[in-house]
Ligand binder design. Structure first.
Ligand code: HEC
Length: 149
């Protein structure tokens, strides 16, 4: 019978534990590392997004319609996901703010305008919230498309 030394077993447990902890803190870090927003902005954005955006874009910005690239039977494009799986990352921050301010109605779309509904910091918080779902890769691509410009 092979006997493991109690010390050896303990250090194995320690290694596994610290790896798990590292993995956790890694994924939390990658959520905010290199990003323009703070945790507080994401938290503020949760509420703003739920109250103003989620009915169309889903409460985790995942979108509610699978075929968002195809017009609905009513002739309008459905709300796209904003979680990085569609193309919101093609728009720099100032363009995202314009979309939120003006909506899509003026361009023949369905999104209402929020210029007079939300404060500037609420709009930024809503963006921070949906960008918190973006992978680092998508976030990098957004930076290359203009990022916070
Ligand atoms: C009544 C439904 C509705 C609400 C509410 C709504 N949107 Fe939209 N959104 C749309 C639709 C539909 C589009 C596609 C353009 C269009 O048809 O107007 C869109 C497009 C967008 C886009 C552009 C995405 C892209 O890939 O180009 C962004 C960004 C966006 N919305 C953000 C928001 C935010 C942030 C809120 C809340 C403050 C919000 N929307 C509230 C329906 C909505």
């Amino acid at each position: 019978m092979i006997k493991t030394k109690p010390g050896a077993r303990l250090s194995l447990v320690t290694i596994v534990l610290s790896m798990t902890l590292l993995a956790c803190s890694d994924s939390e870090d990658s959520g905010a590392s290199g990003r323009w927003y703070t945790e507080a902005q994401i938290n503020a954005g949760v509420e703003t997004f739920r109250e103003n955006c989620a009915e169309c874009h889903g409460d985790r910005a995942q979108g509610l319609v699978e075929n968002w690239r195809t017009k609905d039977t009513d002739g309008f494009f459905p709300p796209p996901p904003l979680d990085g799986s569609a193309h919101a990352w093609h728009h720099s921050q100032s363009v995202l703010l314009q979309v939120i301010d003006n909506g899509g109605e003026a361009l023949g779309g369905k999104m209402p305008a929020f210029a007079n509904v939300l404060s500037h910091s609420d709009k930024l918080a809503a963006i921070a919230y949906f960008q918190s779902f973006w992978s680092d890769e998508i976030f990098q691509q957004w930076n290359q498309m203009g990022g916070t410009n």
